[in-house]
Design a protein around this ligand. Sequence first.
Ligand SMILES: *Cc1c(COP(=O)(O)O)cnc(C)c1O
Length: 839
Amino acid sequence: MPTPAKAKKAASKAAKKKTKGFNFDIGYDAESLKTSILNHLRFSLARDVKGATTRDWWLATCYAVKDRILDRYMKTQAKHNNENTRRVYYLSLEYLMGRLMENNLVSAGVYDVTREALEELGQDFDDIINEEVDMGLGNGGLGRLAACFLDSLATLEYPAIGYGIHYEFGLFRQEFVNGHQVEHPDNWLQKGTPWQINRPEYQVEVPIYGHVEYHFNSKGDWYPLWVNTQSIIGMPWDIPIVGYGANTVNFLRLWESRASNEFDLEAFNRGGYTEAVRDKAVSETISKVLYPNDKSESGKELRLVQQYFFVACSLHDIIRRYKNLNEGWGDFPSKVAVQLNDTHPAIAVPELMRILVDEEEMDWDDAWAICRNVFGYTNHTLLPEALEKWSVPLFQKVLPRHLQIIFEINRRFLEDEVEAHWPGDNSKKSALSIIEEGHPKMVRMAYLAVVASNSINGVAALHTELLKKNLFHDFDELYPGRFNNKTNGITPRRFLKVCNPALSELIAEKVGEDWPTNLDKLTGLAKFADDKAFQKRFMQIKRDNKVRLAATIEVLCGVTVNPDALFDVQIKRLHEYKRQHLLLLHILARYREILHNPDKPIVPRVIIFGAKAAPGYDLAKNIILAINKIGKTINEDPRVGDKLKVVFLPNYRVSLAEQIVPAADLSEQISTAGKEASGTGNMKLSLNGALTIGTLDGANVEIKEEVGDENIFIFGMTVDEVEKLRSSGYNPWDFYNENPELKAIVDWMASDTFTPGEPFALEPVRRSLLDGGDPFFVLADYAAYAEAQKKVDECFLDQERWARMAILNSAHMGKFSSDRTIHEYARDIWKLESLPVEK
Ligand SMILES: *Cc1c(COP(=O)(O)O)cnc(C)c1O
């Protein structure tokens, strides 16, 4: 009798033989697409053409395209497995993917034929595209970076898998009611989501809570046993990631939490049906919702559980895949590179140690050597409120064994490494300890990530320098060479080719079709910067994009704007350090100028905001209210007319960014120097021909280097000047009292002019700038900002000069392709080779 395993193998061999040479019948012409779409309409959706809604057509089209993508996905995974290739595993708690359909069509090379097929079927392509809701499983820049990286990894044919959480609700939907932000749940799965593939065969079970007991291991040594744990099931959902113009299709694996069967059964056996259901509810809460805080941590238990859950599931999956193809652990570091996107997945460090030491019974030193060869850590911020710390008692409750392991990592780190470098220096030990003393003690996750990683990188040159100078100064001395810079980038596919098709065609005409994968080719535009005919075409495309955005503004805000005005754009999360209120002060100054000098010509502007505030961040919400109230007053004031309009587009997200970015003239990048680690919105806007007004912060510094000083409006204090002013005792009242215009507008802002009947409604914003100490130096930078805005107006009056500057911005953005960034990660950190997949 054959064993069941042998029988299974034989059956699968027979099946393989019988299907050899089978033609999967997926054509890439419009006719085949048409057939596929109609087939899916009928056999996947049970719909007749007659009754089909736009949603049905959208789903059927996505399924038809997915068939073609999955064919390449199968080939890619077969190739990666057959070659037993080294892979990078990108661990991120957030992926801000946006819509997938249009990008997938473009990347898979079926955009034109799908359009044609739909036209032949009498369907409106744009309506169908607009059926898709954003996949918004992230807050802002960090999550969008992860999405751009996945795009570049697949395009450059690097073997890579992304891991994250399959949140049932992504980032909240934002609405304004009387100018106030109101949050609604983002039910992105409601309409169905055609791109994800459920993988129940790869579900995993992970333990949590419980306590640690001591036993003897097989070698007779004392060893700890993590017992009485609860278990959670992780159910994988895969999103294919299509390489642009390549045959590689990688995937993003997102874990949904489910109650474990064992758990349910126990409760049933105790006779507690409702108990079982309640326990189920707890387990399934884990992947319920994305935390909506960008750059701040509140230390909530559920957040820690989320982090551990997705990391444990992912490591389990990585190890299963490794063990399928390899014997022993010797090759693990040569097959696996794990990148930690911020410290959110840093629990991977003690989890991998636990697996190796407790489950695999490996010596600590060997296990630690593996860890240190596998992990890389990317830091995204220096803001103290954003540095993750978990209280020791909470850690003890949720992950008691992991806490012990962290203590042991720390003991060895302090006693061996710190002691060797700074003998007898106890202050160094307490400064560098992974455990912060206090009540309660805290686990410093950034230090844990640094100690365990072979590479620690910042996300722009300035940011990396500041990391080495401040937060990680001693670590840089202890681990020379481990700190490195990887300036962020953006995918030129989504943020130029797809969102700005007219400009893309013009670029292709001048520099060739291959610019989306060779963005440095854009320098070929520079020689047309003074060419009047080219300037005209470039600016006509900008104007057409502005007309389209104006229509969106009309729909979303009910405000009519003039497409010939300067479109002045600030789109990013709402945060004090990003200083949306600095732009608000400038708006007030313009308004005042219009009222005081009604006959003086002024450059007409439309100021466009897009920003979500974290639901618990009161001042950010007050800034939104202030912008909305002041904007409304200005927009309704007949003395102003087209000279100034202020609109706040609700529910800023990736798909809205894709409409705003191609239509922007001016890009506001006005953070306090030293606070914005990189920024990527700055890159998207400049790539599409917007000029930057900005501080010397984050990647603005490198954008300035690329486009040249004369093609960017830089203003304000440098990092050193901010530091100097801070240490000499900054008093915002001085700036307020010395600048009559500034005093007038700050007081005006908080008067009841803009909130009739609610005289103190905007007082919190004023208070933050004065009694609140103005922690982000808004008033100190105000005069320089006003001066820079004056230069912007002057330049805009000379349309040829403006066109030249805009063209040179696009021309010099090649560096900021995320392809360049990913090549650098692959070369310097992951030691990863690309592995092209044949057709
Ligand atoms: C690019 C992007 C961001 C990041 O913008 P910054 O200006 O770099 O902060 C945030 N949200 C969305 C939706 C984006 O597309």
